[in-house]
Write a protein that binds this ligand. Structure first.
Ligand SMILES: Cc1cc2nc3c(=O)[nH]c(=O)nc-3n(C[C@H](O)[C@H](O)[C@H](O)COP(=O)(O)OP(=O)(O)OC[C@H]3O[C@@H](n4cnc5c(N)ncnc54)[C@H](O)[C@@H]3O)c2cc1C
Length: 308
């Protein structure tokens, strides 16, 4: 069922909904407040045949001390993955590593995490943020590859008009790519805005990546795209070591079950941390129907006179 105008109006109101109301719903999407909760979730995913990529919540950081604190947490996470021998990568955002504070510090932070990950036989995935950061993120990725780091995955967004050129330019590096539709609100001058066009571009990019020797992570909950990906994987004769599916924690788990049951690798994006509010609001914006739960909860609290 498509979201209604009412659902969309609710979504616009989400940022002002009290956190106490959003929190119970966000539990489905977030492992918990700390690394211990993330490790429990990773182990549970492992029992269900899935690996993980872990996101420490915290983005758009604007001070050096915030960035340093997040770096400490990333290092703790890498140590924990190695010590507990869990199948997990680390997902990082450039704005969490100081892009807005100092691009050179940001680049050095990414480098230091990727080096620490390599020492532990682990990988780092570079999330892609809004289009003002795309070139900077690709530049950091390229410089890491020039330095010989191949334990790094780059996210590319199918809604961006530039991505086909980026894929072709990166092709000689045989990059490890996470392909997503793209989540940020972008103007039509830089991004496709029509749902079917974004889907078609996703399939086109996937075709290029499958044909270019890249490892590709199909990060989507769109069943049609799963089907299209399986068709392309078959047509290009990709072995299991050349692709995986990725999904967000708590989203359309039955599709992940079906993929695992048919022998495909599935990695789940596991966010944790105290900074859960902004992440939850983005998830609600993607699925406006969820906002109805929040509205219903607000209403029933009001009726019961429960404080929020
Ligand atoms: C592992 C992973 C990593 C990602 N990394 C990035 C990144 O680095 N940069 C970036 O811009 N975007 C990232 N995204 C988000 C991505 O760009 C899309 O916004 C998101 O995945 C929704 O697109 P979809 O392909 O699932 O298709 P859609 O057509 O949006 O969704 C298909 C179906 O899944 C349901 N669904 C989708 N998302 C949710 C949700 N959150 N909650 C409940 N139901 C949902 C929809 O209701 C719909 O029925 C990532 C997504 C995943 C899965």
């Amino acid at each position: 069922m498509a979201p209604t105008t009412f659902d969309r109006a609710l979504v616009r109101a989400m940022p002002v909904v009290p956190k106490a109301v959003v929190r119970p719903l966000s539990r489905r999407y977030i492992a918990g407040p700390d690394l211990g909760a993330a490790l429990d979730t990773i182990r549970a995913l492992g029992r269900a045949g899935r690996s993980a990529t872990v996101d420490v919540l915290g983005e758009q950081l604007t001070t050096r001390s915030q960035v340093d604190a997040l770096m400490d947490e990333y290092r703790r996470a890498l140590d924990a993955f190695a010590d507990h021998q869990v199948d997990a990568t680390l997902s990082v955002k450039m704005t969490g590593l100081g892009l807005a504070v100092d691009p050179d510090v940001c680049a050095e932070n990414v480098r230091s995490l990727v080096a620490a990950a390599r020492e532990r036989s682990l990988a780092v995935e570079l999330d892609m943020e809004d289009s003002t950061t795309t070139t900077a993120t690709l530049d950091v990725y390229r410089s890491l590859r020039r330095e010989g780091f191949d334990n790094v995955v780059i996210a590319l967004q199918a809604y961006l008009r530039r991505t086909l050129d980026d894929v072709r330019a990166l092709s000689p590096l045989a990059p490890r790519v996470r392909l997503v539709k793209g989540i940020w609100i972008e103007p039509a001058s830089v991004a496709y805005t029509d749902y079917d066009t974004i889907r078609a571009n996703y399939a086109r990019l996937l075709d290029e990546l499958c044909g270019s020797g890249s490892f590709v992570a199909i990060a989507s909950h769109d069943e049609w795209l799963h089907w299209r990906a399986l068709e392309l994987i078959d047509r290009h004769g990709l072995g299991r070591e050349r692709y995986e599916f990725q999904m967000l924690l708590g989203v359309r788990e039955h599709l992940g079950d079906a993929l695992v049951a048919h022998g495909h690798a599935v990695r789940v994006y596991v966010p944790y941390g105290a900074d859960w509010h902004a992440y939850s609001i983005r998830r609600f914006q993607e699925n406006p129907r969820l906002a109805r739960h929040v509205a219903a909860d607000l209403l029933s609290r009001a009726r019961r006179r429960v404080p929020v």
